[in-house]
Design a protein. Structure first.
Lengths: 377, 285
């Protein structure tokens, strides 16, 4: 019988369980509220299983060391919040271009600047997509429940390893510090993916082999002596000024994600089949939305909820189809309107799109959402 | 460029640099007369002396002219971001302590944008060899003043003479906790080779501050006649080997940089501490 422990955990502790389940063996980071418990948890657990934990001197060093750990062959992670996420952006772009698997947890707090460290927020949604300079691929997962923080952290590692790219786990302070009973999955319950390793002879190895959409990645020290750079490079990893190669590689790092959106997207739908008004939201706000939708149904309003667990790449297909079927899509978010820009872009003029926004450090309540739903009775 | 040897030492067998170079990645980007190539050659001879397998060596750099070194050498090589070489290197070494990690970094890379990482790397005493190419300028971006530019010097951002006091990378490394600190120059190339070898063989953070010249920017801006003239003035006349320093009167040492091994102590190394203390206690709990 598989052993599945029940635990009463905080979101950040569930993130630790998820990382370990996925095979994370390296963590480097810098403490910051409200993500610190992720680092604290891994500092206790990793050395027990031969893994490496290091507290660096700042967030830049945290992500840079984690990228070094990943290149040395270990599944690696860093965790942070708002100000620290800003500091990590240059290295995040490095991971995109150099194609290094990495998981970055960002427990969102109120901003801008030091803002409201202990208050929830969802204001880094756009930063997770556009924070680093240059055009680049982005994958972000957005859990809403403590159990889901565990499983989405596992999925983040899988996506990072599968696509050789950084993946951001994005949740807000409420989820990071909320406690819920969860089940720790037994080995085999959840899929765990490891990066492809080369099997060719060392002299034939190309770290960005164009034969593949995502080339196998050798760990440093395994006999494949290759070069990694943040400069535009050829398939052998060395820098190039050839515009054809630069263009082709920049397109490839995008298309390796674009071409597999169906595989990366994950949506949770509630009562959408006959819905006339839909709510689209993530994280803790989706919990308020769920309550509001169920209340609306009790009042005879055909409301539903679309809750994306992958916010980047944006769930275009699901939103486009939904927009054709409903009168309105309501987009509650703990910021001044970030996701709504994408919903508007994708839905065109097919339906009305209405935002509910809050930046006072308090959550959006079910009643706030219900009041807007009621307008579409 | 011909390097005037301080003392004519006979090298009986010509050293086969191609053993460690990636010949198809040459020519390099460096200007004629740049000191960085001389340092690269000393590094390769030092690595050869260690006898380490190429597969076990990892060369990591930041951004700058000096930081282009990894692209030319046939090891596991990583060209990172400006200032971050030591952080990436800490990750690689900590994840796989069997790797011999050598960091190649510029004075700007290591001491300005990467200054905080420099301090904390030394403090941890993690087993890395750090070669700082100190040319008193930001070569790659066209000759702005750096943290080692002498006061009064010309640079494209100090047209009225630099008013900032320079750093001494060795003092900084020692004060921060590095267990091996040395200085060399591109001019004293055989001495440099020995120093780098000793640095690689030392367990712990080993910093070698290497004075070399940027004739293109620092040289021209400060009216040096040639690259060799710069080497003679900045590297030869302005430095004294630490072993000879004792015999010289203080006035002869004023304003001069000491060469050779300046500080070498036995001290617990980070990765070993982690394994013997953290992992052991964690497993027992
Ligand atoms: C974040 C960031 N800031 C600035 C730069 C521009 N930049 C590139 S190299 C360099 C200075 C390099 O100087 P140094 O490290 O001394 O190396 P050198 O070229 O002199 O060998 C600067 C400022 C950059 N690449 N990245
Ligand atoms: S600019 Fe200066 S440091 Fe850069 S390659 Fe030329 S001489 Fe060397
Ligand atoms: Mg320099």
């Amino acid at each position: 019988m598989a052993d599945r422990k029940k635990k009463f955990l905080q979101g950040n502790e569930a993130c630790v369980e998820g990382a370990l389940y996925a095979g994370c063996m390296f963590f480097a980071g810098y403490p910051i509220t409200p993500s610190t418990e992720v680092a604290e948890g891994l500092s206790v657990r990793l050395p027990k299983i031969g893994g490496k934990f290091i507290q660096m001197e700042d967030e830049i060093a945290g992500i840079a060391a984690a990228l070094g750990g990943s290149l040395a062959g270990l599944k690696s992670m860093t965790a942070t919040s708002g100000p620290g996420f800003s500091l990590k952006q240059e290295c995040l772009g490095y991971a995109c271009l150099a194609e290094i698997p990495l998981v970055i947890v960002n427990v969102m707090r109120g901003g801008p600047s030091t803002g409201y460290p202990t208050g929830p927020s969802q204001s880094d949604i756009m930063q997770a997509k556009w924070g680093t300079h240059g055009d680049h691929p982005a994958i972000s997962v957005t859990p809403s429940y403590v159990q889901e923080i565990l499983s989405e952290t596992v999925r983040a590692f899988n996506l990072a390893e599968r696509f050789r790219t950084p993946v951001v786990v994005l949740y807000d302070e409420i989820l990071g510090h909320m406690r819920e009973p969860i089940t720790i999955p037994a080995p085999g319950d959840l899929e765990v993916i490891d990066r492809m390793r080369p099997e060719c002879k060392s002299e034939d190895y190309l770290p960005y082999d164009e034969k593949y959409e995502v080339a196998p990645l050798a760990p440093f020290g395994a006999g494949y002596r290759f070069h990694v750079t943040g400069l535009n490079h050829k398939q052998d990893g060395f820098p190039t000024n050839d515009s054809k190669q630069i263009g082709a590689n920049n397109l490839r790092i995008m298309s390796k994600i674009e071409n597999h959106k169906e595989e990366i997207w994950k949506n949770d739908e509630l009562l959408l089949d006959d819905a006339e008004v839909a709510v689209f939201t993530i994280g803790s706000t989706a919990r308020s939305a769920r309550f509001a939708v169920l209340e609306a149904r009790k009042a005879g309003i055909k409301a539903g909820l679309l809750r994306p667990l992958t916010i980047w790449p944006f769930p275009e297909k699901a939103v486009r189809e939904l927009a054709k079927r409903v009168k309105a899509i309501i987009v509650p978010e703990l910021n001044l309107g970030q996701m709504i820009l994408e919903v508007e872009r994708v839905s065109g003029a097919a339906c009305e799109v209405v935002g509910i926004n809050r930046v006072d450090g308090e959550p959006i309540t079910p009643m706030q959402i219900l009041d807007v739903i009621k307008k579409y009775k | 460029m011909s390097v005037p040897a301080e003392k004519k030492e006979k090298v009986s067998v010509p050293f086969d640099y191609n053993k460690y170079l990636r010949p198809n990645k040459l020519p390099h980007i460096w200007c004629p007369g740049c000191g960085h190539g001389i340092v690269l050659k000393a590094m390769l001879r030092a690595i050869d002396k260690t006898g380490f397998d190429k597969n076990d060596i990892c060369v990591i750099s930041g951004i700058g002219c000096s930081s282009r070194t990894p692209g030319y050498v046939d090891f596991n090589t990583l060209h990172t971001l400006h200032g971050r070489a030591l952080s990436f290197a800490t990750g690689v070494k900590f994840a796989n302590p069997k790797l011999k990690v050598i960091v190649v970094t510029g004075d700007g890379d290591a001491l300005a944008i990467g200054g905080n990482h420099f301090i904390h790397t030394c403090r941890r005493n993690i087993d890395l060899t750090v070669l700082v190419f100190t040319n008193a300028t930001y070569g790659m971006t066209g000759g702005q003043y750096s943290p080692t530019t002498p006061m009064g010097s010309q640079a494209t951002t100090s047209r009225y003479g630099s008013i900032e006091p320079p750093f001494d990378a060795c003092e900084m490394a020692k004060a921060s906790g590095a267990s091996f600190v040395a200085r060399g120059t591109a001019y004293h190339t055989l001495e440099l080779e020995k120093t780098i070898h000793e640095a690689i063989m030392h367990k712990g953070t080993s910093v070698v501050d290497i004075i070399d010249a940027c004739p293109t920017y620092y040289g021209r801006a400060n009216k040096f006649k040639s690259a060799t003239h710069m080497m003679e003035v900045i590297e030869k006349e302005n430095t004294v080997n630490v072993k000879q320093a004792d015999k010289l009167p203080p006035e002869k040492l004023e304003g001069k940089f000491l060469r050779g091994v300046l500080h070498k102590i036995e001290k617990p190394e980070y990765c070993e501490q982690y394994e013997s203390i953290v992992m052991e206690k964690a497993k027992a709990k």
